[in-house]
Design a protein around this ligand. Structure first.
Ligand code: FES
Length: 282
């Protein structure tokens, strides 16, 4: 093949490739990417009616771009209807019922918690349970050291000596209170600090060797038998047990004090009174 023929073929090939490039560029500017509509299609769509009233796509688009303010027809106001009285009554009753049930539940819960706390405390020790005091000989020694009285705050009780010489009378009066008599036979009484009149704490009076209540002046001898004042009986007391020489006071049960006039020890005031004067019993 001659050189002139080769040059002719190269020129033809260059012309063909150039034509292809021009055609492709023109076609690309019309298509504008995949999925775009052709010019003819867009023109046809703009002229075609796309709504039931015959509006064209161009008109719909123009309407959508419009900045005109839409005017809303005033809404019709519904007439006022008075609420049903019966329905209101039911709601009110429901509210009160629920409130009552809630309050009652809270009260029952609080009461239950109190009972549990009380039982829990009783199981743990302290007032309401059996309280171990110590060896009975040491207890009696502490009473004497304390001037005739020993106060046990945990038991809320006074412990005093019961004279052996009064035991025969004591058995006749306190025979029905076995655990109380047990203490007397061991040489002691455990008296509840609470005044049987109106419940004040009754203190000892070292000078008279009695108990004398500051609230209304009730007086009791050293073993809690009433000597004067408005109290309806002698001081209430606790039962005790003595196991291997160890004194235990059971504060879980209170025995009522002796009747007015009971005086098993015959103890009179041994000095000046702390509260008023003994009336000698009512
Ligand atoms: S409370 Fe003790 S005399 Fe009244």
């Amino acid at each position: 093949m001659s050189t002139g023929t080769i040059i002719a073929l190269v020129v033809v090939a260059a012309i063909v490739l150039g034509a292809i490039a021009v055609f492709t560029t023109v076609r690309g500017s019309e298509v504008r990417g995949a999925g775009a509509l052709s010019r003819e299609t867009r023109s046809r769509d703009k002229k075609a009616a796309i709504t039931s009233d015959g509006a064209t796509g161009r008109e719909v688009e123009a309407a959508a771009r419009s900045t005109a303010v839409a005017v809303i027809e005033p809404a019709e106001v519904a007439p006022f209807v008075a609420p049903d009285e019966e329905a209101i009554g039911v709601s009110r009753r429901m509210f009160f019922n629920r409130t009552a049930v809630t309050l009652m539940s809270a009260s029952i819960g609080a009461f239950g918690a109190s009972v549990l706390a009380f039982l829990w405390k009783g199981a743990e020790g302290g007032f309401g349970s059996k309280i171990t005091v110590g060896k009975i000989d040491d207890v009696i020694q502490n009473i004497r050291t304390g001037g005739g009285f020993l106060y046990l705050s945990e038991a809320r009780a006074w412990v005093t000596e019961y004279p052996k010489g009064a035991l025969s009378k004591g058995r006749a009066v306190y025979g029905s209170q076995g655990p109380v008599l047990t203490g007397m036979e061991s040489g002691i009484v455990a008296l509840y600090q609470k005044c049987p009149h109106l419940g004040c704490r009754v203190p000892e009076c070292k000078s008279s060797q009695w108990f004398e209540c500051p609230c209304h002046g009730s007086q009791y001898n050293r073993v809690g038998e009433k000597k004067g004042g408005p109290a309806p009986r002698g001081m209430d007391r606790f039962g005790v047990s003595v196991n291997n020489g160890v004194l235990v006071i059971d504060t879980g049960a209170v025995f009522g004090g002796p009747a007015i006039g009971v005086n098993t020890t015959g103890q009179e005031a041994e000095g000046p009174h702390c509260i008023g004067a003994g009336s000698g019993g009512h």
